[in-house]
Design a protein around this ligand. Sequence first.
Ligand SMILES: Nc1ncnc2c1ncn2[C@@H]1O[C@H](COP(=O)(O)OP(=O)(O)OP(=O)(O)O)[C@@H](O)[C@H]1O
Ligand SMILES: [Mg+2]
Length: 456
Amino acid sequence: MTVTIPPPPGEQHRRSPFTPTFGATPPTLVGRQQEVNDFAYALDNGPGSKGRATFVTGQRGVGKSVMLSVYSQIAATRGWMSVNESASAGFARKLTEARLPEALEQLDTAHLTTSKTIGVNATVLGVGGGFTNRTESTNTLVPDFRHQLMRTLDILDKNETGLLITLDEVHRSQLDELQEITDAISYAVAQEAPIAFVGAGLPETINGLVNADISTYLRRAERVTLENLTPEDTRLALETPIREAGGEISDAALDLAVEGTGNYPYLVQLVGDESWRAAAGGDIRESHVHAALDTAERSMFRQIHEPMIESLSGREREYLHAMTNDEGRSSTGDIARRMTIDAQHASVYRDRLLTEGVIEPAGRGYVTFAVPYTDSYLRANTGRAQASHAEVAASRERPATRTRQSPGQSRYMQETSPRERLFGGTGRSSSSDSTYQDRQRQQRETRREAGPERER
Ligand SMILES: Nc1ncnc2c1ncn2[C@@H]1O[C@H](COP(=O)(O)OP(=O)(O)OP(=O)(O)O)[C@@H](O)[C@H]1O
Ligand SMILES: [Mg+2]
């Protein structure tokens, strides 16, 4: 088939308000009011406030990076500056040589702008006067992080402002650098300098760091564990951007979309975006949401599951496949048995998978998938993993109620509610679920008969 490039959209075109991209601040941020209040309180209450050192944890796609941006926004409302870095190798050096000098440059710029602008009585940074040549002086040598930090804080303090350092994607492989950074920050805190630090990482990584006893400062840091949204917040996060962008969504379509997201933030954006696209910017009806759910699942596979699963070893994948046997959580003893290895050996794979945020503890002796749709992905991609004896044995044990999913086949065609599918099944379908499923199946069929509605 020949390919044609669609013409640019006309003036009537309404852009999707959703942000199905990692780290992108959502159009309507919901469900994080307590975290926001706590951090604002910490900034407003002096160097001794405990929230000035915080770790944000939570599963992939739950909103950790977004929270770091929100913390920077809170800092800005208090006249504080932020430097944001991702904890990939070399981040201590990047902070020292690039981010901190940049912060001082911004301070200079803000100061100059204020001086030149008659009638402006305060900048966002709250800069007063009384410093010159800051930028040149920071570039004359390459000091270590602590030196550069103290120098920066000294200048900020004189200008009655402070510094927030955010560090995303914290990982155990960068322990030495993290220690260097946090030792320096803890030194600054002891000097009552105006500093706050927020790190973000997967739960087991952060647990590991805190327990590894590399610094008292890290151990004492506040912990913010981000969870999925409530259904009410999910509804708001979907409906508000649609209305504000001039669109409409029917109540039934909204109900379906809310349920289909499982209240998982990344899916909220994906389902919102795909529904908008399916409706071509017009009113969103149930059929559009059905189409969106199909596409959203595939997108999630690509964006989250594929990179996550493909970075694992064969045995780690085998461990995951052994889990797909179960409805809901899996017993670690059963997994070891299915893999035909002893429990101690299996615990090596369990620990690695916990650290990578692929699974999470679900009560003593039990684990569950950390990311929604993982079992669905594994079932759809069984052919791609090396089938081991254990896997074959495991598939024989599979309960008859669970249909095996072929690649490309949507989980939405199966006899479980979106919530059950997302969270590995919390029990048998309720009668209300079957009503919902019947409706869903019927609508799907109608939609298929009517042909594709999406304007791709
Ligand atoms: N409170 C929220 N309300 C609505 N949407 C949100 C919220 N938080 C995050 N999102 C959306 O969820 C998606 C994932 O957010 P984010 O990138 O911050 O997740 P993450 O936890 O950092 O993921 P990862 O562990 O993969 O880095 C983004 O599309 C973002 O817009
Ligand atoms: Mg992130």
